[in-house]
Each structure stands twice: as C-alpha cells, then as structure tokens.
Ligand binder design. Sequence first.
Ligand code: C2E
Ligand code: MG
Ligand code: MG
Length: 441
Amino acid sequence: VTDAVYVKLPTDTSISLEHAIHAGQLRLDYQPQVHLKDGLVRGVEALVRWDHPTAGTLPPDSFIPMAERTGVIRQLTRWVIEQAIQQAKQWQEEGLQLKVSANLSVQDLHDEQLPDYVASKLKTWGLDPSMLELEITESMIVDDPVPAVRRLLRLRAMGIGISLDDFGMRYSSLSHLRVLPVNGIKLDRSYVTDMVADRVDARIVRSVIDLAHSLGHEVTAEGVEDMATWSQLRIHGCDMAQGFFVGRPMGSDEVGEWLASWRAPHTDPERKEAEIAAAQENAAAAAAGTTEGGRETRVLILEDHTLVRQSLVKTVSTEPGFVVIGEAGRAEEAVEAAGVMYPDLALLDISLPGIDGIDFARQLRSQHPGLRVLFLTMRDDDEAIRRAVEVGADGYVTKNSSTEELLGAMRIVASGGSYLSPSIANRVMSFATSGDRRLVG
Ligand code: C2E
Ligand code: MG
Ligand code: MG
C-alpha cells in the first residue's frame, strides 16, 4: 500500500525522470480487478510510482503530464509495459493467472514503433498477448484519430486487449464508443463513487452498462469503495470491479497474499451482515437527501420477460417519486437485490421459472415486514388470487391494465392503501361472501 507524498517537483524533472527510469526509481503498484458475478480475480492494473530520492514517493498525476510535455513518456511507457509483461510472466510461473493492464498516454498512440515494441517484449518474455491489456482514454484519439485507431487495431490483432479508461457520459464518449476498437470500458470513478446515494449517478451507471453491453463491450467499474456500491453494480449487471473495496494498489510482492485472502463479499457469510448494514446506511443517506417532497419509494421489480421488465423499469424510474433499486427475472436473483437494497415496494410477476412470485412475496415479507407488495400478472384464476390474498398482498393489477392504472396502484400501495384491478376485485368479493379469508384492504 502506497501513501503517496505530494510535493512540488524540482525544476529539472524532465532530465531527472529520464534518469529515474534508468536508475530504477520507478516502480509499479498493482491494483486488482475482479469479476462481480463470481468474485473471481481477473487481473491487475499496473500503476506507476516514482520513488524520488529527495521528494519521496510521487503519484503518477504529479509527473505524467510533465513526461507527456517533454516526450519522456515514450520511454516511461515502454518501461511500464516491459515491467508489466515480465511481472505477468513471473506470476504465471508461480501459478497465478493474472491479466495485467498498463496505461497508455496520448503520445504513445503517435509512436509508430509501439506495436512492434510490445510484440517483441511479449516474445522475449514468452507471455501470451491475451494476458496483456492496454488502457487508453478518448482524449488520446481526438487530435489524429486515423493513425491512432490503426495502431490500436494492430495491437488488437495481436490479441492484446484494449480498454477505454475513465469512461463517462460526455457526448464524445458515446460517439467514440461506436468507432474505437476496444474490448471494454472502465466506468469513471466519479460516477461510481456516489451511485448508491445519488440516483442520477445510479441511472447513468446503469445506462452506460446497458449501452456498453449492447455494443459487446465488458464494463469495469472503477472506484468501488464500499459494499453497497459493489452490490448495486452486481444488480445492474456490471462485469468487473476495481477499487479500494476490492483492494488498494499494492506492490507485486503483496499480490500473492491479497489473492489468498480475497473473498467475494456475497460469498462470505461473515461479510453478509456488514453488507446489509452498509446498504441500510446508504439507503438512509439516500432517503435523507430527498426530504423535499417526501422520500422516494424504492421499487424492486421482478418480471421474467425481459422486454416487459425493461419497459416497466423505464416507466417506473421516470415516474417522479419512484426509484427502481433492483430488477430481476427470477425470484432467486431478486432475493439478493432485496437483501441489499431495502425496497419499499415490490412489483411482482407471479408466473416465473423457479420460485413463483407469491412464494417469493412470502419470503420477502418475513425479511422486510414493512414491505408493500403489488402483483402485476397475467394470472386471474382463483388459485392465484386466493394465494395472493393469503400472502397479504397490498395490490393486484392484471397485465392488461393501462400504465396509468399501474402507476396509480403503485401510489396507493406505496402510501399504505390497497388496490385491486376491477375484475380481480369482483372475484375477491365473491370469496368474501362465500366465507373465505379476509380480503385485501
Ligand atoms: P487510472 O488509470 O484511472 O487509475 C486508477 C486510479 O484511481 C489510481 O490512481 C488508483 O490508485 C485510483 N483508485 C483506485 N481505486 C480507487 C478507489 O476506490 N477510490 C479512489 N478515490 N481512487 C481509486 P493513481 O495510481 O494515482 O493513478 C492516477 C492516474 O495516473 C491513472 O488513472 C492513470 O491515468 C495515470 N497512470 C498511472 N500509471 C500510469 C502509467 O504507467 N502510464 C500512464 N501514461 N499513466 C499512468
Ligand atoms: Mg487506468
Ligand atoms: Mg481510470
């Protein structure tokens, strides 16, 4: 773990940086990247540090811009790449399969020799190109996109992964994403850090994930600092996470120990409690932030038809007063969303593969006694209605109802009332008169 010291650099840094490369004053820290789904470790990002003889350890932001201005960056990048390749190979020999990512700089894409350099180093050290990844940023290709893209294509053709770093929602980002030869994007940490407390950020994150996936790119979230963010990213289908919550940048010799101690939080029963506490805290913070006009109703949507689910998510999340905190196509997945995100209202389909919506509601109710439950279903048979009544549903809306009716029902149910679609209400009345159980409401 490096605590970088921030100091003003001596004025002759361009010479001394060049010297530093040869004198062995640069070193790489490595920060883990893990798969969100199963917690498996995917690889590490190499981050350069300068152990300056008088100024202490310098973070990259303090000398990379200067290296770019003076042109020393080309040497620096080559040093970083060779070091990263060598390290990946060494880990491999120790039985650790870790993909290593290195950061490129603007000028590197103007360096015609770079692809050959990378190829020769991979060959020298005997590392498979698929174990190397290079991170670029979109600012690198704006000046002179054609040769830059050509160089990227060459690197990609060699089997090296390319990812787009610090990706955000600027318009340029979206247009670049269509044309750049990248395998994945790294979602900028400015969006990730606040996504649990800030629902706008959460929506941005979800849109970027969907967009990237629709273009066939994997998504890594940067700056994952806590359990609640981890869980929310999982729910949104993000592929990978990097950040202090997973692991800080560390020396190459610390990686083995980190690997041995790493457990995906959702697979570790001891961390489950902490996960729930963190989510509650965040939910409370988010709620406190929206006191004006009352707190938003946190909705969990369970619906197995993808298109129907997507349209529900869109309808509900654009409706003032509601925020979708989780969506799932199967009850088994929704259990996790509910355990972490504390919904106020569950909007549930009944017919599902696996556990059905009614049994799921029973389970949810025992975990979250105050939860409001609204069924939205094609089922209008007596058995389904009876079971829904028994489980204590707060509302029952048939799928042929209008959007207005659904949103109206959601408002009524969220504010403590109950609602039944007219056809269902008639049916429930007939149970009641035939001496059946208490009806809804
Ligand atoms: P980056 O590529 O986006 O790298 C991630 C940065 O975020 C790292 O800062 C890392 O320490 C920090 N970070 C990681 N997880 C968290 C987190 O959970 N919370 C917060 N607040 N920060 C987190 P670092 O090492 O200071 O690097 C800063 C930037 O310097 C990098 O951003 C990258 O653009 C550049 N850089 C680093 N190494 C190199 C290099 O070898 N070559 C070039 N050209 N640039 C480099
Ligand atoms: Mg990076
Ligand atoms: Mg980044």
